[in-house]
Design a protein around this ligand. Structure first.
Ligand code: E4P
Length: 218
C-alpha cells in the first residue's frame, strides 16, 4: 500500500519523506489555507516546493467548479511539475473534466467520494485515483471501511486500473485496516503514520536490552 501524507505543511512532509516510506502528498484548499498559503502565485510556488521535497505524486486541487474552469486550472497545475496529479471534485463537471484529462494523459484524483456509485463513475472516466473519505463517513456514524471494501470488489470485478486512495484517514488503526482490505493508497496525517512505530513491548524490550548490555560492559 502506498503511503501519502495529507498536509501542505512542508516540515511535516519533510519529516515523513526522511522516514523513507513516503510515496506522495495530498493537499486540499483547507489544508493550503491552514498553512496561510493564498494568491495563485503563492499557491503554485507552494506546490512546486512540495514536489521538490518528495519523490512521488502530489495532488493539487482545482478551485473552479465549472468544466471550462477546471480544464484551465487543471492544465496549469499539471504543467507545473510532472509529479502533480490534478484533484477534481466528484461532480458532473468534475467527471467530464476527469475524462478530458484522462484522454490527454493528465493524471487525476477524484475527491469527495462517499459512495460506490461515485467511485464507479470516476473509474469509468479514467481517474488515476479515487478518494473515498473514510473519516468523514465515520464522523456521521457510517462505515467508511465498508465503502472502501465495496469499491475494491467493484474495481476487481472489472479490473479497473483506478487506484483506491483511502482519504480522510484520521488515526493509525485506519491505516492498518485500509491495508487489510486492500486499499491501494492511504493518505493521512503524520501522527497516524508515526503511530505505526509504537508498541509498549518494543519500548520495554529495547530498554531491557540496553540495560543488560550496560551491566555486562560496566
Ligand atoms: C483527501 O485528499 C483530503 O485531503 C483529506 O483526506 C480530508 O481529510 P479530513 O476529512 O480529515 O479533512
Amino acid at each position: 500500500m502506498k503511503f501519502f501524507i495529507d498536509t501542505a505543511n512542508l516540515a511535516e512532509i519533510k519529516e515523513a519523506q526522511d522516514l523513507g516510506v513516503l510515496d506522495g502528498v495530498t493537499t486540499n484548499p483547507s489544508l493550503m489555507a491552514k498553512e496561510g498559503i493564498s494568491g495563485s502565485e503563492n499557491v503554485l510556488n507552494h506546490y512546486k516546493s512540495i514536489c521538490d521535497l518528495v519523490d512521488g505524486d502530489v495532488s493539487a486541487e482545482v478551485i473552479a467548479t465549472d468544466y471550462e474552469g477546471m480544464i484551465t486550472e487543471g492544465e496549469a497545475l499539471a504543467a507545473l511539475h510532472p509529479q502533480i496529479v490534478v484533484k477534481i471534485p466528484m461532480t458532473k463537471d468534475g467527471i467530464k473534466a476527469c475524462k478530458y484529462f484522462s484522454n490527454k494523459g493528465i493524471r487525476t484524483n477524484v475527491t469527495l467520494v462517499f459512495s460506490v456509485g461515485q467511485a464507479l463513475l470516476a473509474a469509468k472516466a479514467g481517474a488515476t485515483y479515487v478518494s473515498p473519505f473514510l473519516g468523514r463517513l465515520d464522523d456521521i456514524s457510517m462505515d467508511g471501511l465498508n465503502l472502501i471494501e465495496e469499491i475494491r470488489e467493484v474495481y476487481d470485478n472489472y479490473l479497473f486500473e483506478t487506484q483506491i486512495l483511502a482519504a480522510s484517514v484520521r488515526h493509525t488503526m485506519h491505516i492498518v485496516n485500509c491495508a487489510k482490505i486492500g486499499s491501494d493508497v492511504m493518505t493521512g496525517p503524520l501522527s497516524a503514520i508515526l503511530g505505526l512505530l509504537k508498541h509498549p513491548l518494543t519500548d520495554s524490550g529495547l530498554a531491557q536490552f540496553l540495560a543488560d548490555h550496560a551491566k555486562a560492559n560496566s
